[in-house]
Design a protein around this ligand. Structure first.
Ligand code: RET
Length: 272
């Protein structure tokens, strides 16, 4: 059971969690529109990244909507506090959502990095195996988060091993991408790497929260940091990859990418 069910909440605590779920879902809906609207300005070779962002956004909107429903169904107002209503809140949905989003986010990295052929398939297989093993072993561990017993720690540790493997393959992919990119694009790939490391590493911290901060405020903070991580690792990441894909498309001479390139200094300079 998720540790969210252990406490009662003030009106403020309850509302912050619910409004952050709603905000997060709204951000995903906005990025869904963005990624579909900008897809045609990206060369066909990289365009799949836009549609994959669309897939991630749809699955994440559903997940956040479901979490919001579970949160509002899980507690009722007794005149003073929000108390258990009989339904249980569950973070398990997050893990099911990651089962879709993690492989898709990593596939996007390979596409925008320009990895092809057998290297693509080797890396893709490593990403899918490491990603799913990381999530599902963590899923088993989180059932024991309230007790914090052996099941929690052992499965969490196994999950971390798969995470480290995934990071090694992702780091290698970023290095390869930077090696063949122009200076400007290489800086953007460096930004992807920092964003990736920070936003992904927040999830294991959220896993640990019940052991670190075991009260109603801990619940509020945990759900805030989950949303921060979700927005960074899915939405900001998806937009950043689209920007890179559009830049690289323009460098490759793809007309629609050059036409819609509103951030490059060259065009400003050409007009002056
Ligand atoms: C778990 C269990 C404890 C150990 C580790 C974990 C890592 C989770 C990660 C999740 C990333 C999710 C993303 C979702 C986007 O949609 C499973 C919490 C290391 C890294 C990026």
């Amino acid at each position: 059971m998720s540790f969210e069910n252990l406490f009662t909440y003030s009106a403020t605590q309850y509302e912050i969690v619910l409004s952050v779920f709603t905000l997060t879902a709204a951000v995903f809906a906005a990025v869904l529109v963005y990624s579909l609207a900008t897809a045609s300005s990206i060369a066909p070779r990289y365009r799949l990244t836009s549609y994959l962002t669309g897939v991630v956004m749809v699955s994440a909107v559903l997940e956040l909507g479901l979490l919001a429903l579970r949160w509002s169904g899980g507690f009722t107002w007794d005149g003073e506090r929000y108390v258990q209503s009989g339904d249980l809140f569950s973070n398990g949905f997050r893990y099911m959502n990651w089962s879709i989003d993690v492989p898709v986010l990593l596939t996007q990295l390979l596409i925008v990095a320009g990895i092809t052929g057998t290297v693509f398939f080797r890396r893709w297989a490593a990403f899918v195996v490491a990603g799913l093993a990381m999530i599902w072993t963590g899923y088993v561990g989180q059932f024991d988060e309230v007790d914090g017993g052996a099941q929690f720690w052992v499965w969490g540790a196994i999950s971390t091993v798969f995470y480290l493997w995934l990071l090694v393959v992702a780091g290698q992919t970023i290095r390869d991408a930077k090696a063949r990119a122009s200076a400007g694009v290489s800086r953007l790939f460096q930004a992807v790497w920092v964003l990736f490391l920070v936003s992904w590493t927040i999830y294991p911290l959220a896993y640990l929260m019940p052991q670190i901060w075991d009260d109603a405020n801990g619940v509020v903070i945990r759900n805030l940091i989950y949303s921060f991580a979700d927005i960074s690792s899915k939405a900001v990441y998806g937009v950043l990859l689209a920007v890179i894909a559009q830049r690289v498309s323009a460098e490759d001479g793809f007309g629609p990418a050059i036409e819609s390139d509103f951030w490059s200094d060259d065009r400003v300079a050409a007009k002056a």
